[in-house]
Ligand binder design. Structure first.
Ligand code: NDP
Length: 313
């Protein structure tokens, strides 16, 4: 038999946990499914320095552990499991967990976040777990005193390069444009770090190595008259080129933009389906911060409470 809940929260990043804190304090008896990466993307971040209230910073993992405890304190039912399908054609809405169990929910808060992108090179698959990673904080430890490369020119890439420079002996930052897109402070950290060499206008063609990554073949100034092939010896290859919103299972029912970010009514977490709310990175192509995710998680829970009370549910 299907289980019926009033408020189902899908995802356990800052948006999901904040929604859970507010929903449980509003007596909505929320059930939260953690998804594939409990704690969300922040658990792959090293130091969070910009979340208000932590003057000395806090690690992403600690912060998510605190948020989880806070949600549990008010009675959120936090469960391990992944939402694998949805039927939002009529209320109560149905969400399949791990391909088996079906939960019926009067209101749903989607906080499924976003996932790291890869370049799409066959070598990324070939060397997966053998030198290729999309998470410096998770895997950097394995590259102590070695040489690594990070791909990307945004804040994530700069943060990961700086983090890895604290462990590795040398870090290449492979940037396809002639400039970094990262914030000024992050750029300064990278450009002022003697262990980091920025390779502007370089793109990755492939990886080399016997079983594990030992090098990367790059092209410099592709398509220009001075185009050149470049080889670097590396032990690890880290992707930091952005993210894809985790919205596939909702796409049959919810409006998304061309990338897949769930569309909400501007200034609210309301989707095109009444009683279904979206918060955090799955709906945010612009800000993507823990604090903005937490803010929209709060909004989603308040909206869910109002929706349920208006419907008498
Ligand atoms: P961004 O989208 O900002 O940057 C992606 C980077 O990857 C760009 O430099 C882009 O190049 C490059 N890139 C994309 N596709 C490819 C490709 N196929 N080949 C080579 N390079 C590629 O993503 P981030 O993850 O860096 O940041 C996302 C958001 O999160 C931003 O708003 C950022 O400010 C924020 N953030 C904040 C942090 C903090 O404040 N501590 C830490 C991390 C992220 P190009 O420039 O050429 O498009």
């Amino acid at each position: 038999m299907n289980e019926k809940v009033r408020c189902l929260i899908i995802g356990s990043g800052p948006a999901g946990y904040t929604a859970a804190i507010y929903a449980s304090r509003a007596n909505l008896s929320p059930v939260l499914y953690e998804g594939m990466q409990p704690g969300g993307q922040l658990t792959t971040t090293n130091e969070v320095e910009n979340f208000p209230g932590y003057p000395s910073g806090i690690t992403g993992t600690e912060m998510m552990e605190d948020l989880r405890k806070q949600a549990e304190r008010f009675g959120t039912d936090i469960r391990f499991g992944m939402a694998t399908a949805t039927d939002l054609s009529s209320a109560p809405y149905k969400v399949t967990i791990d391909g088996e169990k079906i939960i019926e929910a009067d209101a749903i808060i989607i906080s499924t976040g976003a996932t790291a992108k890869y370049l799409g090179l066959p070598d990324e698959q070939k060397y997966a777990g053998s030198g290729v990673s999309a998470c410096a904080t998770c895997d950097g430890f394995f590259y102590r005193k070695m040489t690594v490369a990070v791909v990307g020119g945004g804040d994530t890439a700069c943060e990961e390069a700086t983090y890895l420079a604290g462990l590795a002996s040398k870090v290449y930052l492979i940037v396809r444009k002639p400039f970094l897109r990262a914030s000024k402070i992050m750029q300064e950290r990278v450009l002022g770090n003697p262990k980091i060499e920025v390779l502007f206008e370089h793109e990755t063609l492939g990886l080399t190595g016997d079983k594990v990554v030992q090098g990367a073949n790059l092209v410099k100034r592709r398509g220009q008259s001075d185009e050149a092939q470049v080889h670097i010896d590396i032990d690890g290859f880290f992707l930091a080129i952005g993210h894809t919103p985790n919205s596939d299972i909702f796409k049959p029912w919810l409006e998304t933009d061309e990338i897949g970010y769930i569309k909400t009514i501007p200034g609210t977490p309301r989707t095109n389906v009444p009683g279904v709310f979206a918060s955090g990175d799955v709906t945010d192509p612009h800000y993507k911060q823990a604090i903005t995710a937490a803010g929209t998680g709060c909004q989603a829970a308040i909206e869910a409470e109002r929706y349920l009370s208006e419907k008498g549910l």
